[in-house]
Design a protein around this ligand. Structure first.
Ligand SMILES: Nc1nc2c(ncn2[C@@H]2O[C@H](COP(=O)(O)OP(=O)(O)OP(=O)(O)O)[C@@H](O)[C@H]2O)c(=O)[nH]1
Length: 953
């Protein structure tokens, strides 16, 4: 754009620039879609039977059968009370034992059932109502995965009864009353069903403490592993309720031995230790069992931090120090953070488990710990111990369980202790008999029981690490496993009478197995509900993906490639804007400005210039007759134009124009969202421009060298130059008049005229004063100073404010500039100027215009070859290298996500893909489970046909 330049009088090169407004940069707004898409309500097919309908059916069936077969009695209430009160303390352990040990389960279950049965038969149908009510209450209390658990429990009960059936034949008549003492009672399944249902509903976790067969072990590992895998995928989707699979959460007070237990499970020392509250974030630990295979007979143990990128760490001291760093990234003032650290450990020595290590409960905060520490840790633990997670409550044996904050917190969220395992550490610090009593304590019963461990020998507590290492000098995989096992065998084996009692569980190996089974059971019981939740989420994500993106899949890579293509297309278009004619126009307008500046400073302020106009009109004067003054003036101007460093200036001009165009690209799509990439693009451009600059400017300078000595002009060129300078002067005149008009409009014509007259008078007065002073000084007069009157003291002086006077002065300048321009235009249009180049001294504007034209035409050739062609060839190629070839995958993803529209698209797409993957994995697991169940049912149905009575389960 031609700048509005009005050349000021008074300075040689002084330029008065009227305020002008740069063209506004039109930023292209990104068409962010704000459209709200409504999701139509859709029906979800819930695979599980509704809880209430399940309860209703069961209760109805139970009551119906009771009513048919039994009388009514008052003992029902007593039984029900016993059931409710005692359930928590005795029946919980009884029922869990039913599940834990199928062998002993039947005896225990049958005792409970027979007692219920006896009461029921004696007391009649009311008993059944009470039982049903108890069952229903318990159902309602723990209504999670009812149908699943019910069917499992049905199976277990059936198995238990099946075994019993081998001892006694069931009666054909299901409704007949039980036989009296001496005869084996005939079991009506109704009370058993009620208890079974109650237990099923109340028992989210059913542990089989017996060693599973190899087959079931493999299934179990497969299921757990796959569910852990699914859990990790779900975690990466988000923490939405319903989309979480259970994990084992380790809670306990500080120094209760949590880290020691976890390390004993993993067989490696890897957790942060220290007094300065080193666990400040939850550590989500995923253990992945890597069995030896023929291709990898000795798999190594390694850890990885998914958030820190891929990398297998085999040095566990590095894992430890990394955990310390990640924990300490939470400032002490913040106490704890709920942003988890994810850690995966692959090893042939670990089972498939997912565990979460949490900061230890603070019982008494030390002086330097913030007040809110205790509450913050408790809140963090509360968040993690929610259902469906399994709580691993770690308590030290030498501290009374009544004081265990872990048990207290667990009891709040799991009052029946159905998903809490107690781990009693430091068993070596108390008497064995006392230790065994702690493990079988009835005061805080847990369905999953207590396991006693010794993870650090007391006498070696301080040097245990080195001791364990010495015991295992090769520091083999699972370095802690052997020594801890030996240590526990020595301790628990050495105190056999205390610890080999029925129901006492000890040892890290037992704990590991128990955890595996508990987790597997818990995860398996979540299978249907999670499948439904995933199906629902997937349906929603697919619908949104269809509606919002018409199922168009994108990838970060494709976005980068598209962006680069767009960018290259823009650069190509930009290159087209630098065609020779465009660059020539650019250079010419730059030189025109210079010519106008030179004319303004050398001619338009020269008082003799009007005289040059009248001389031009005098036909009697030939160019040779013209005062040499004018010829010299023109030569000086021409040479200052050609010697003004045109090479450098014109190259700089083009470079600046390229950079300015690139800056506008940065404000448009696709670069709008990518400031870092824009910086890289600019750096790439600058590097090429810098490299080409010196060569180009030298070439241009050399090419214009001849014009420094002589500029030859033919007639045709002269005429073109003359007409162009007429245009130029007319434009300048137009700008002058427009500026003058603006002032007049702002001030008002009369007021401006008055102010201009006043300024004229003042100037005249000043001129006269100066003259008098000069004359006075020349005459040696002493009193010339007396003449220096202050004009402001003049009472006749009108009240013009300084701003108005400044405007008046500007208007006067513009009007005198307009007059001279009009004169010059007349001269340029005169016969003299039309005559030809030999008249150049009369028409300097036309001549200088031709010089500027020649300079720009010559310069453009070299600027094009040396700068533009090279730049527009090299630039897209360098961008390819810098923007796509050298990018890491993470950088590509980060780049794509910078664009909010793409980030949203990718997020939904990724969510949908992950949900699809999870749904697929879950489906195969559900199928596997169903096949397994069908196999079992097949076998059982045949037996049921024989058994008859229990076919209903
Ligand atoms: N005697 C004995 N000492 C143990 C046993 N288990 C752990 N210790 C010691 O108890 C102390 C605390 O153990 P940690 O495993 O660090 O306890 P923690 O609960 O993780 O502690 P914080 O991380 O501070 O909450 C350490 O000195 C262990 O050596 C054990 O079975 N017997």
């Amino acid at each position: 754009m031609a700048s509005l330049l009005l050349r000021h009088a008074g300075t040689r090169t002084g330029v008065h620039r009227l305020p002008h407004h740069p063209p506004s940069l039109l930023r292209h707004r990104h068409p962010l879609s704000n459209a709200h898409l409504t999701t139509p309500s859709r029906q979800l097919h819930v695979r599980s039977v509704s809880i209430l309908s399940g309860i209703g059916k069961l209760a109805g069936r139970t009551a119906g059968r009771g009513a048919l077969g039994l009388g009514v009695g008052a003992g029902a209430l007593t039984w029900a009370e016993w059931k409710v009160d005692g359930f928590k303390q005795n029946a919980v352990s009884t029922l869990s034992d039913i599940n834990d040990r199928l062998g002993t389960a039947y005896d225990v279950a049958s005792t409970s059932i027979s007692s219920a049965f006896r009461s029921a038969t004696e007391q009649g149908a009311e008993t059944y109502d009470s039982i049903s009510e108890t069952a229903s209450t318990l159902f309602a209390e723990t209504a999670v995965g009812v149908e699943q658990r019910l069917s499992r429990l049905r199976e277990r009960f059936r198995e238990a009864f099946e075994r019993d059936g081998t001892e006694e034949e069931p009666s054909e008549d299901t409704e007949a009353p039980p036989r009296k003492k001496g005869k084996k009672p005939q079991r009506d399944p109704a009370p058993a069903a009620a208890i079974a249902a109650a237990a099923a509903a109340a028992l989210p976790i059913v542990v089989d403490a017996e060693e599973p067969s190899n087959d079931s072990n493999e299934d179990l590992m497969l299921l757990t592993r796959k569910l852990i895998e699914i859990r990790s995928i779900l975690l990466s989707i988000g923490e939405e309720a319903g989309l979480t699979l259970p994990s084992i959460v380790v809670v306990g007070s500080q120094s209760s031995g949590k880290s020691s237990v976890l390390e004993a499970i993993v067989g490696r020392e890897f957790l942060p230790k220290g007094d300065n509250m080193v666990t400040r974030r939850p550590i989500e630990l995923t253990l992945i069992h890597t069995p030896a295979t023929s291709s990898n007979p000795r798999p190594t143990t390694f850890a990885e931090f998914p958030s820190l990128g891929p990398g297998h760490i085999t040095d566990f001291s590095l894992v430890q120090s990394t955990l310390v760093d990640l924990n300490l990234s939470v400032p002490a003032s913040e106490c704890v953070s709920d942003s988890p650290i994810q850690l995966r450990i692959h090893s042939p020595h670990v089972p498939d488990l997912s565990l979460v290590d949490l900061p230890g409960y603070v019982q008494v905060a030390s002086m330097d710990q913030p007040e809110e520490l205790k509450d913050k840790i408790a809140a963090l633990c509360d968040k993690y111990i929610r259902s469906p997670n399994i709580i691993l409550a770690v308590c030290a044996a030498d501290v009374d369980l009544a004081n265990s904050p872990a048990l207290r917190a667990a009891k709040k969220v799991d009052p029946l202790g159905m998903r809490t395992i107690g781990v009693v550490t430091k068993m070596d610090l108390i008497e064995p008999a006392q230790g065994a009593a702690v493990l079988t304590n009835g005061r805080y019963p847990l369905a999953l029981g207590y396991v006693g461990v010794v993870c650090r020998a007391a006498k070696h507590a301080s040097s245990s690490r080195s001791l364990l290492r010495r015991n295992n000098p090769s520091d083999e995989e699972g370095a802690l496993i052997g020594p801890i096992r030996a240590q526990e065998e020595a301790f628990f084996g050495g105190n056999g009478e205390a610890f080999s009692r029925e129901g006492v569980m000890v040892g890290t190996d037992t704990l590991k197995k128990r955890l595996m089974h508990v987790l597997e059971e818990s995860m398996a019981s979540s299978l249907h509900s999670i499948s439904n939740a995933v199906a629902l989420e997937l349906e929603e994500a697919s619908y949104q993906f269809k509606v919002q993106y018409n199922d168009r899949a994108i990838s970060a890579e494709s976005y980068v490639a598209e962006t680069l293509d767009q960018l290259k297309a823009k650069i190509n278009a930009l290159g087209k804007g630098f065609a020779k004619k465009d660059v020539r126009r650019l250079l010419k307008s730059f030189l025109d400005e210079q010519v106008l500046d030179l004319l303004a400073s050398q001619y338009w302020v020269d008082s003799r210039t009007p005289e040059l106009g009248s001389l031009a009109n005098d036909r009697s004067i030939s160019p040779d007759d013209l005062d040499v003054y004018w010829q010299r003036k023109l030569d000086a101007l021409s040479s200052s134009l050609t010697k003004s460093g045109i090479g450098r200036a014109s190259t700089q001009l083009v470079v600046d124009a390229i950079r300015a165009r690139l800056a506008t690209l940065a404000a448009e799509e696709p670069l709008l969202y990518h400031p870092d990439a824009t910086e890289r693009i600019n750096a790439t451009a600058d590097a090429i421009l810098r490299e080409r600059f010196a060569l180009t400017s030298d070439q241009v300078e050399n090419s214009v060298k001849p014009f420094k000595y002589e500029v030859e002009v033919d007639r045709a060129e002269w005429e073109v130059g003359r007409l162009q300078s007429v245009d130029l002067l007319q434009r300048e005149l137009g700008m002058c008049e427009a500026a003058l008009g603006k002032i007049r409009d702002a001030v008002g014509g009369r007021k401006l005229r008055g102010a201009m007259e006043y300024v004229g008078e003042m100037d005249e007065k000043e001129r006269r004063r100066r003259e008098r002073r000069r004359e006075g000084r020349a005459a040696g007069a002493e009193d010339w100073q007396a003449d220096e009157l202050d004009d402001t003291a003049d009472p006749t002086r009108p009240a013009f404010n300084p701003a108005l006077l400044a405007k008046a002065r500007e208007a006067m300048f513009l009007s005198s500039r307009s007059s001279i321009l009009r004169l010059r235009l007349l001269a340029l249009k005169s016969r003299r100027c039309k005559a030809g180049p030999e008249q150049k001294a009369f028409c300097p504007e036309a001549f200088l215009n031709i010089v500027a034209d020649k300079l720009s035409s010559t310069a453009v050739q070299f600027i094009n070859i040396e700068l533009l062609v090279e730049f527009f060839y090299q630039f897209p190629r360098d961008l390819d290298i810098r923007l796509s070839h050298n990018l890491e995958r993470e950088e590509i993803v980060r780049f794509a996500r910078e664009n909010p529209v793409i980030a949203k698209h990718l997020a939904l797409q990724e969510r949908k893909e992950k949900l699809e993957l999870v749904a697929e994995k879950l489906d195969s697991l559900v199928k596997l489970q169903r096949d397994k169940q069908q196999q079992q049912h097949g076998g059982r149905n045949r037996q049921d046909a024989r058994r008859g009575l229990f076919g209903m389960f």
